[in-house]
Design a protein around this ligand. Structure first.
Ligand code: ADP
Ligand code: MG
Length: 334
């Protein structure tokens, strides 16, 4: 099968209801879309390469789902509504069975999130999937990393550490046995992009990021860009019962801080917006937990050293603790 037949058969399929803003889709040199006047386009790309970002054992359905979900998670972290994606697919060979499962899962996932596939590229080589997502956000309203302010409350959505635990199980060759193992592995394979939450943070939150590399490093990006520091109370980190059933608390904390791929949102909210935020949260099906606050950047050399390159002071039940020293700082290399 040639490249064009492949694209036509697997990716140029009737999708959901038509998006009126898409003028031209798959089939020409470029896709053409109309952007509403008072909007910005939020553009993001993520690549998944076999052996680097996923194991050869991953199913085509899970791979397609995750490639879409990780991109939409970036849209969510800006408060944008994802609208269109393009797909650059590199395949070692044309395996029609694999392609059918992959494309079905990809198109279904896009449909579930009301997003249209408008183009891409298909090449031969080691298996890799690159998706570029384009979303709309009202001009001037996007949630950026540099806008956290001293005094902001720090929140995270969902539960942390599940994905890293799920990956550990998959790597150890454990096929999902009980409910908890199944839950953790699904959290790794099928993360939920928090799109509705991201949109509801517009006009409420100052800064946001999605958690792809673990809380310690991802919150650190907000702190660096916003020139401030943070206090995080470890006792407040939200964990799933499945994680705590299978791992002790210290291990759960390590997964949350330095494990990756939870794809939850971490965001900062000024205290005066807390009531509005809590009321908006009632309409969403996603729990959010306040885990700390933004504080002024550390001045003293000693404090900087103690809290590490990402300027996070750890507390437990309100009392400062020397968490990094306990863990060994190397564990948290960028
Ligand atoms: P060009 O050579 O002009 O870049 P291509 O031959 O690569 O065009 O692609 C032909 C059309 O098919 C383009 O509209 C492109 O966006 C689309 N396309 C190619 N690969 C994919 C894919 N995997 N998924 C969706 N659309 C694709
Ligand atoms: Mg091309």
């Amino acid at each position: 099968m040639g490249e064009f037949d492949l694209i036509k058969r697997y990716f140029e399929q009737p999708q959901m209801e038509r998006d009126d803003r898409v003028h031209l889709s798959i089939g020409d040199d470029c896709a053409l879309v109309t952007v509403p006047e008072n909007n910005w386009v939020a553009i993001t790309t993520d690549t998944m390469v076999e052996h680097t970002h996923f194991l050869p054992s991953i199913s085509p359905e899970d791979l397609a789902y995750k490639a879409v979900a990780t991109n939409l998670s970036d849209s969510a972290a800006m408060g944008a509504e994802p609208k269109w994606v393009s797909l650059a697919l590199t395949l070692p060979k044309v395996d029609e069975n694999w392609l059918a499962l992959f494309s079905q899962s990809l198109l279904q996932t896009l449909k579930d999130y009301n997003v249209t596939l408008i183009g891409g590229d298909t090449t031969k080589g080691g298996l890799s999937v690159t998706i570029t997502a384009q979303g709309l956000v009202e001009k001037g309203k996007a949630l950026c990393r540099h806008q956290a302010k001293v005094g902001d409350l720090i929140y995270v959505s969902g539960t942390l550490g599940d994905s890293a635990a799920g990956l550990q199980q998959i790597l150890s060759g454990k096929s999902a046995i009980g409910f908890d193992e199944e839950f953790l592995q699904q959290r790794h394979l099928r993360p939920t992009p928090r799109i509705a939450l991201g949109k509801s943070l517009i006009g409420v939150a100052h800064a946001a990021i999605d958690l792809s590399d673990g809380l310690y490093s991802d919150l650190g990006h907000i702190l660096k860009r916003s020139h401030c520091a943070a206090e995080i109370d470890l006792a407040r980190l939200p964990f799933s019962s499945s994680l705590l059933n299978r791992y002790d608390r210290k291990q759960a904390e390590q997964f949350a801080l330095s494990g990756g791929e939870d794809y939850e949102l971490c965001f900062t909210i000024p205290p005066e917006n807390q009531p509005l935020f809590e009321s908006r949260l009632k309409n969403l099906d996603v729990p959010c937990t306040c885990i700390g606050r933004i504080v002024p950047a550390f001045e003293e050399k000693l404090e900087k050293e103690k809290c590490g390159q990402f300027s996070i002071r750890f507390l437990r039940d309100g009392e400062p603790i020397d968490y990094l020293a306990n863990l060994g700082f190397d564990h948290f290399k960028e």
